[in-house]
Structure formats: C-alpha cells, structure tokens
Design a protein around this ligand. Structure first.
Ligand code: FE2
Ligand code: FE2
Length: 337
C-alpha cells in the first residue's frame, strides 16, 4: 500500500477506501457508516446515514498521513470539521476499546498463557487488568468532563471553571503500557506451548496500540485545536454564540517523530549489573529513596538508571519491570511485595 499523497475524496467509492486501507473499516463503523454500502460514493453513504462527509474524510485522510492537515487546510472556507460529529466518533471509539477490543484481548491472553507457570500468568493478567482500568478512567474523564464541556460550548455557553488547556496539559498517551506488555511477551515470555495463540494475541495488541495512538493523536491534533478555536470565538464575539456550531480547522498537527531507530548494539540494550539491581529493587517494591539508601547512591542516580532501563528494555512501568525481573530470574516470585 503506497502512502504517496493519498487523499480520499467524497466522490470515491467507499469500497475503494476499504480496499486501500482496511483499517478504515473501524473508522467507518465508529462514524456509524454500516456495511452493505454497495457501490455508493463516500458522499452518498455519508448523506444517507447522516454523517458529516467532511469530518469523516478528514479523519480518514489524517489516518493516512498524520501531518497533512496543517499545510493543506489553510484557506478554504468550506473545509470545516463538525465538532459534534468528531465527538460522536471519539465516544464510539471509547465504547469500542472498552467494551470490545480490550476485553477480547484479555480473553485471548487468558487462553494463550502457559499455566505451568501460573504465577507469571497471573502477573501478566494483573498487569493487563490494571492497564485496562487506567484506560477506563482516561476515557471516562473525556466522556464525562471534556466532551460535556465542549457540548456546552457548542450551545453557546462558556463554563467558567474549565478550559480545554486543562485537558491538553494532562492528556497522556495511553498506549504506552500496552507497548510494555508487548515487549514483555515478545522478548521475555518463555512460551513453550500455545505459540499460535500467543502470536495472535500479539497481533491484536499491536493493532490496538496503533489504534489507540491514532485516537490520541486525533484528540491532540484535531479535537483540541478545534475546541481552542471555538473558545476564542466565544470570547471575542459573544453575540454570535448561537451560530457557532462548526469551526474552520486549523490544527497544530505537531510532527512528533517517535522512536527514531538507531543501529542496535548489544551494549545499548543489555542491562548493567547495577541496572539489574535496580530492576530487582523495583520488583520488590522499593521507592527511589529506599533504593538510593540500599545501594549507597543518590536518588538522582537512581532516576538516571531507571530512565536508562526503560530505554533499553522498552518497559516503563514498575509492574512491567516486575514481570521482566521474574522472567529473567532477577528476583524470586516470593520476594515480591
Ligand atoms: Fe479518547
Ligand atoms: Fe484520550
């Protein structure tokens, strides 16, 4: 699939879009575009199902080349994303992740784990469940606070005690822990049986991670800038409040290039003896201060070690490091907690 300057348009057939990128199937369903669209074009299908065509295309195109928006959309007045449609899309995505995707992965994980090592299986599941709880909280905050706030804005009301900057500041990437899990299973899980099942759950985790990253990017680079613009409009022209339902898009799509790949050398990824000690302390539940005291180093040095460990292993959370420590025999399972 070539990514060269691909830009979906309203006169293309919906089926062509799906052929070009099957990941669009999930985008379509979140917009409420159901299957069975036959030979309909994007615009026909959207109009028939009351979906804002431009908003759908904006997301579909953003998905292809995450950074295209800022350059492309400057001065065409008809280019307007509907915030209502966008919020609907984001809410549907939340439902998809929480009620379908994450539970499915859990079920597959449950089937794939090797119960001859039951403690390890238990820890991995516990790690996963804690992660899902975090995602649940993250999304509940967006549903109950952020989207509600924007709905008020869309009605022309500006709540005093909130602004989108608060969300922007605290909004974090929720896929990071999933990437921890992926690292643990791919690199360290001693799988003797169930290899096909393990692979299948890994595929799901990879695709869920991509999907979550896209979701967060849409929130950061499309949703937040639109809301900011709306806030500004409400402040500057209060008499026009009731009219403002749609906004011209000027997102600040920042091109964050993640994970620049460098040549791998063994040393870069192998833990030093001191780092192994730190990992084992993390697994035993020590705080940074306690580790510093035990190892006769400064807390600052502990933090530097932890940063290096995260970089080398691609595991960032204490729970993930605990699993790593067990698998690599840096601690005994009884020593934990
Ligand atoms: Fe979200
Ligand atoms: Fe989010």
């Amino acid at each position: 699939m070539s990514n060269m300057k691909k830009q979906y348009t309203e006169n293309q057939k919906l089926s062509e879009l799906v052929c070009a990128n099957y990941n669009l199937l999930s985008v379509m369903s979140r917009f409420g575009l159901s299957l069975g669209f036959g030979e309909q074009t994007v615009r026909m299908a959207c109009e028939k199902q009351h979906v804002d065509t431009y908003t759908f295309l904006a997301i579909a195109n953003y998905m292809e080349k995450r950074t295209s928006f800022d350059e492309a959309s400057d001065d065409s007045p008809e280019r307007a994303i509907s915030l209502e449609t966008l919020i609907f899309y984001l809410q549907q995505a939340h439902i998809y992740f929480l009620d379908f995707n994450l539970p499915t992965i859990r079920r597959k994980l449950l089937d794939a784990l090797d119960y001859s090592q039951s403690e390890l299986a238990f820890l991995i599941l516990k790690f996963y469940d804690e992660y899902v709880n975090e995602v649940r909280k993250h999304m509940a905050y967006e549903d109950k606070v952020v989207f509600k706030y924007v709905s008020s804005l869309l009605k022309g009301e500006k709540p005093e005690n909130y602004h989108i900057g608060i969300f922007e500041e605290k909004h974090d990437q929720i896929a990071e822990k999933l990437s921890d899990l992926k690292s643990i299973i791919t690199k360290y899980y001693p799988s003797h049986a169930n290899i096909h099942q393990i692979n299948s759950v890994l595929f799901d985790i990879y695709s869920c991670e991509n999907d979550l990253n896209l979701h967060c990017d849409v929130e950061d680079n499309i949703f937040v800038p639109l809301v900011k613009k709306l806030e500004k409009e409400l402040e500057s022209e209060p008499e026009k409040r009731m009219q403002i339902v749609k906004n011209i898009l000027h997102p600040n799509a920042s091109n964050v290039s993640k994970g620049a790949t460098t040549e791998a050398t063994d040393e870069q990824y192998t833990l030093s003896e001191r780092e192994k000690e730190i990992v084992s302390c993390v697994a035993k539940g020590y705080t940074n201060k306690e580790m510093a005291d035990k190892l006769f180093i400064s807390a600052h040095t502990v933090i530097t070690h932890r940063r290096n460990i995260a970089r080398k292993l691609q595991i960032h959370s204490p729970a993930g490091l605990t699993i790593y420590a067990i698998v690599n025999k840096l601690v005994e399972i009884q020593e934990i907690r």
